[in-house]
Design a protein around this ligand. Structure first.
Ligand code: GLN
Length: 293
């Protein structure tokens, strides 16, 4: 986009600026119009509603320039969530950084699955393994205020982001710690162990396209078939569940049979898989026997 903005030029209106940015983004983004609006709102410190209501307003050059820089980043493929530092999940406004996976809509099924096994006034203890920005842990902590939630992540930077999100959202019943894989689970036993682990296969071509190129590889990739972390969770999780406790795992669209087999082999029962809105198998849960055997 060639746009050295001219000071005081009334031609640089919101609507013209949006139209030009949209044209510039069309080649590399499937959501060019939305991207342009979100980025201009960001550059101006406005809401998108205000932007659309004031489409004839003229931009001051410094702001127009700031907007240019954001559009450039987007044109180079950077995810909108990393440019704005924000992503909505479960109606929560979460801070995200390139150290954290960007929350996905399908992960809301993981939250729903846990809410289905923890009573509203329940005092469950819930561990979220690989919490990233605190996405799942925070949604659960806010939905189940009498429960205690622990989120762990191997990345200290991610944990710092999660802690800041907890403070900003006023979630007092959640803690975050830095720990590898399942290391945070011992020595306690948990009513629920939940995880959206890395589950993409090492050479999955999907890793070379779109937003995932910018996301932390360790949050996405788990061995040749994407099952390495799911196997670890199935191997180490059940011993750390209370009697009657649940292991609840997000996984890839084609990993349902493998994950059901893992949970079954680990001695869990009541195994069930939930499909996402695209109809793909996405979340599998299993229960440790209610009477300790
Ligand atoms: N669903 C994500 C993707 O396909 C992967 C997330 C994950 O590995 N937990 O990009």
């Amino acid at each position: 986009m060639s746009t050295a903005p001219v000071a005081g030029n009334p031609e640089i209106t919101v609507s013209r600026t949006l139209a030009r940015a949209r044209a510039a983004l069309e080649a590399t983004s499937g959501t060019a119009r939305l991207d342009a609006e979100v980025l201009l709102a960001q550059a101006l410190g406005w809401s998108r509603v205000r932007l659309l209501a004031h489409s004839g307003a003229s931009l001051d050059p410094a702001r127009a320039c700031r907007f240019e820089a954001l559009v450039e980043r987007r044109r180079d493929g950077e995810p909108i969530a990393y440019i704005t530092g924000r992503r909505e999940f479960w109606s929560l406004d979460l801070a995200v950084t390139p150290d954290t996976l960007i929350p996905r809509p399908e992960t809301e099924h993981l939250v729903e699955a846990v809410l289905g096994v923890v009573a509203e006034d329940g005092t469950a203890t819930i561990a979220d393994v690989g919490t990233g920005a605190g996405t799942v842990a925070l949604a659960l902590a806010l939905e189940r205020p009498r429960s205690f939630v622990l989120g762990s992540d191997h990345s200290a930077v991610a944990v710092a982001v999660a802690r800041a999100n907890a403070v900003r959202l006023g979630a007092g019943n959640v803690s975050f710690i830095v720990a590898d894989a399942c290391a945070a689970l011992a020595p306690r036993r948990w009513s629920v162990i939940v995880s959206n682990p890395p589950y993409v296969a090492e050479h999955d071509p999907h890793l070379l396209t779109g937003d995932v190129r910018f996301e932390p590889r360790a949050a996405l990739v788990a061995g040749p078939r994407g099952l390495a972390m799911l196997e670890t969770l199935a191997r180490q999780g059940p011993a750390r569940l209370t009697d009657g406790g649940w292991l609840v795992l997000e996984h890839g669209h084609d990993q349902g049979p493998a994950v059901r087999a893992l949970l079954s082999r680990a001695g869990l029962g009541a195994i069930e898989t939930i499909r996402d809105l695209s109809g793909n198998e996405r979340v599998t849960l299993g229960r440790r026997a209610p009477t300790g055997r």
